[in-house]
Design a protein around this ligand. Sequence first.
Ligand code: GDP
Ligand code: IMO
Ligand code: MG
Length: 428
Amino acid sequence: MPAVVIIGAQWGDEGKGKATDTMSGRIDYVVKFNGGNNAGHTVVIGDEKYALHLLPSGILTEGVVPVIANGVVIDLEVLFDEIDTLASRGIDVSKLRVSSSAHIITSYHRTLDKVNERFLGKRQIGTTGRGIGPTYADKINRVGIRVQDLFDENILRQKVEGALEAKNHLLVKIYNRRAIDAEEIVTELLSYADRLRPMVTDTALELHTALRAGKTVLFEGGQATMLDVDHGTYPFVTSSNSTAGGASTGSGIGPGEFSRVIGIVKAYTTRVGSGPFPTELLDESGERLRRVGHEFGTTTGRPRRCGWFDAPIARYSARINGITDFVLTKLDVLTGLDDIPVCVAYDVDGVRVDEVPVNQSDFHHATPIYESFPGWSEDISAARTFDELPANAKNYVRAIESMAGARFSAIGVGPARDEIIILHDLLD
Ligand code: GDP
Ligand code: IMO
Ligand code: MG
């Protein structure tokens, strides 16, 4: 069972980083295949807390080879900052491999991200402002800068000049900003080239060879199903494929190689940024989830919007990703509630709808139809087997599992590495 995918089943921040870390003692490679430093994964190991943005979470485990694959967009300043910070804390980052085909986030992408948002006004996406969208837009427009371009100064200059030509007209004439000097960008990018060169390789070939040799490779998705550019709540999404299919295109490993797709799902729901969110709680219940669950963004520090578990979304994720196993996280955050509502279907303009509507206006109008489950008050953070959970917690887990469309193979009961109940081995 060598190639396993981990993806977020909701709107991100489900605890993908911790799930990867839990498995990392048994994996050989961990691959980031989409997104960039818009991701934020917090991993707690003993007394140490790590916040990762660009590097895959498996990097924290000795012996694991971390890979930044072709589907990722890389901000080189952030990459080296993160490498230096981890190295200063004693983490071995020397094995990192970077795809020569990954795209580079430059300062003009960051500028455009912010300017675009401002011009969208009320319709703004609430992006992380890291330049993600404009970098992917350049990739699709075929004017992107790739890692390999850094090693040929003439090509790099031509590409930067080409990319800036139209953008500078836009910046000056429409956005009222100063033009960006191509030479400044070229100089900045070249300053990273020597340090980057030894890490750069054909990561698809290396991963293929590793899989042939029977190695275990974990593909760690950034963002989540509902933020996927094709399957999420467009246009309130990120600009990459954060669903399981992205693991194939984003790494160069054929779809037939993947043996398992693990969806990470929170026991309730959160979202950062704008867009529809049927179960969102704008009252004291939402405040409580935010407070107890520490729901503040790892990347931007923004308070996360909070709401109850949405079963049609879990089921949608199971379908779109081909989820074989769910890891349910943050069950402990629900401890102490008298009743726990679960959204089992939606009311869309007076009509009951059981699945996530494909039409965005319908989803915007969807109000949840709730079923309530009795809560529990016992501390569950020390539980390591399902039977150690209070009866009402077991009942809640089994109820949402039956609605979610795939089995629950692990349950998170706290942020620490060992605060997890394993029901089925995720890597066997
Ligand atoms: P990611 O982006 O999916 O990796 O998730 P984040 O790291 O952004 O957010 C998840 C947060 O929940 C982190 O602070 C984790 O330490 C924490 N976490 C993960 N699993 C659990 C759990 O089962 N219980 C609790 N209380 N916290 C958890
Ligand atoms: P992890 O990997 C939660 C959201 C942003 C915004 C939208 C587009 O930690 O789960 P972008 O900067 O990507 O163009 O922003 O997507 N977003 C995330 N929300 N977790 C993330 O990553 C996110 N990455 C992007 O808030 O609404
Ligand atoms: Mg996160």
